[in-house]
Design a protein around this ligand. Sequence first.
Ligand code: FES
Length: 157
Amino acid sequence: MKRISRKAFIVGGATAAAAGACLCTKTGRATIFGVGDTPNIAPDAYEIGEDKSITIRLDRVPELAFDGGSIKILDSNIDDSLIIVRIMENVYVASSIKCTHRGVEVEYRADDKCFKCASIGGSTFKTSGAKIRGFAKSSLKTYPISSAGNTLVVRLS
Ligand code: FES
């Protein structure tokens, strides 16, 4: 096994931190994890209304065609980045995708029916947004979401 000097380790960690990786530990030991792997919604699958509501066309979002599926919406025209999850048929959840510890993306874990931060801190949250455990100090922000036929509507305000 190749040994790495303390200096190289620290430089590598600082580089990763500058690139946006999360070094979530209480001890300061650096372990590097990236963002989550929730797929991005297709640009033509949603519209943002003047009231900042988001209307999603389900026929253009195959990821939400099955229970446990999820997508993310990262759009500079809205004030938050979102994760949308299909919990079960006609039951959806909309939440901020940013962990309240340091903002790393959370992912939906269908087996446990919860959100889990992709960083080593691994904070977990209920689908209501309530924190279960981890370094996060507060709950995830959630948003009202309704379904009607082929559309979902997320209310951001
Ligand atoms: S960003 Fe550190 S636990 Fe989520």
